[in-house]
Design a protein around this ligand. Structure first.
Ligand code: BEZ
Length: 397
């Protein structure tokens, strides 16, 4: 069909529909009934150090969608999935492919702070709604915040900042920090330092290694020679497992306190064995939160996936709950973008971590728990800081 013929055919169909409507005729041509699908683009790591995190987020997200019935005003969901490999150089192309090739209505991703900034750029340029179910890059809800960008997890600053005061209040005054040298690690260390200094502590040395290297040995030797009161770290996934095992093998366990953002010990305790015992961390979730919502979530997740849930599964689940709130408000009609975004902005998420709401910058305002590894679980031992909002520095919205 030529362009001209197509134009005339569209014109004829429009006229036919209008005439039928005026005449009160109910039997429109079948194409007019076809309910478009809601296209969801999942961009997450399914290979590499963060693969397990990507799987847990996907599981949690799909569980929330299926609990909601998976259909909104007759519109079904259709998933488009990309393995982002935690590779920042590929991030913009991957997100662009979902938006321009697959024409997704909403982007969901990702884990790695460097990768998410590529997604943020695409979301800002295209106007496509973006829900971030992990990556804590401060800029996503800071200097690069936008009406169509939402996060259901944390900023890297958020779980790290309260640990500074927790340690200083115990009389710990001299700490060393250790992390992968990329956005998430750098921002987590800055958060810890801010809280620690404010409470009277001093960071005497900051140690780094490139992401995703696990060559910890020389750094552990250096820590042993410094003999600090405590070491605060940011690691996650397989990197966290290796650090805890190397820490024990180097004879540091029991001699120098190892602390971190809770990603260090979350989702990895089956793999660490005794190396993780007693480690204290701060995070917005803990395995043993004694609420009916958390108990039901953990039970359903274990039954569905034959796996224990972790913080990543919770964040994916909450990303699903947030999307459900938006889709319900517009009955699945994604052309009503303003209403869709406004419903997500106002949503109160009944999360397994405890109910939370969005800050003005679209990041959760949430309790940060103090946890300790006991019998292979991240047991909540207290609340390190209640209803903590990220400062959202640079966000103008
Ligand atoms: C991040 O890159 O933002 C990140 C990765 C894993 C756990 C937490 C944060």
């Amino acid at each position: 069909m030529s362009k001209n013929q197509a134009f005339h055919r569209r014109g004829f169909l429009k006229t036919a529909i209008a005439a039928a409507a005026v005449a009160g005729v109910v039997s429109l041509p079948s194409f007019a009934y076809a309910q478009s699908k809601i296209k969801v683009g999942l961009m997450l790591p399914y290979t590499g150090t963060y693969a397990q995190l990507g799987v847990a987020i996907t599981n949690g997200f799909k569980m929330a969608m299926s609990e909601s019935g998976g259909k909104f005003g007759g519109h079904e969901l259709e998933y488009f999935t990309v393995d982002d490999e935690s590779s920042p150089p590929k991030a913009t192309d991957n997100a662009n492919a979902l938006v321009t090739r697959d024409k997704v209505d909403v982007l969901v991703g990702t884990v790695h702070s460097g990768v998410v900034m590529g997604m943020v750029k695409v979301a800002r340029d295209s106007g496509t709604p973006l829900i971030i179910p992990n990556a804590g890059a401060g800029a996503a809800t800071g200097s690069q915040c936008a009406p169509n960008i939402f996060r259901t997890s944390f900023t890297n600053w958020q779980p790290a900042y309260p640990m500074g005061k927790v340690l200083a209040d115990r009389g710990i005054k001299k700490a060393v920090t250790l992390t992968w040298k990329y956005g998430a690690g750098i921002e987590a260390i800055e958060g810890f330092k801010e809280g620690f200094k404010k409470a009277g502590g001093t960071v005497v040395k900051e140690l780094f290694l490139p992401f995703p290297s696990v060559e910890f040995q020389p750094l552990l030797t250096e820590i042993a020679s410094i003999k600090p009161d405590a070491v605060f770290v940011f690691f996650a996934g397989g990197g966290g497992v290796k650090l805890m095992k190397d820490w024990q093998a180097a004879g540091l366990k029991g001699k120098i306190g190892l602390y971190g953002s809770g990603f260090l010990t979350d989702g990895v305790l089956d793999a660490t064995g005794s190396a993780a015992d007693g480690i204290e961390t701060t995070l917005h979730y803990g395995d043993g939160i004694e609420t009916p919502k958390n108990k039901t979530f953990r039970l359903n997740y274990a039954k569905t996936y034959k796996l224990q849930p972790d913080v990543y599964a919770v964040q994916g689940y909450d990303a699903g709950l947030l999307l459900v709130a938006g889709l319900k408000a517009v009955k699945g009609d994604m052309s009503k973008k303003k209403e869709f975004l406004s419903a997500m902005e106002k949503a109160k998420i009944d999360s397994p971590r405890g109910a939370w709401t969005m800050s003005k910058a679209h990041n959760p305002v949430q309790d940060i728990y103090l946890r300790k590894v006991v019998n292979g679980e991240n047991k909540v031992t207290g609340v390190a800081q209640k209803a903590l909002a990220d400062p959202a520095r640079g966000c103008k919205m």
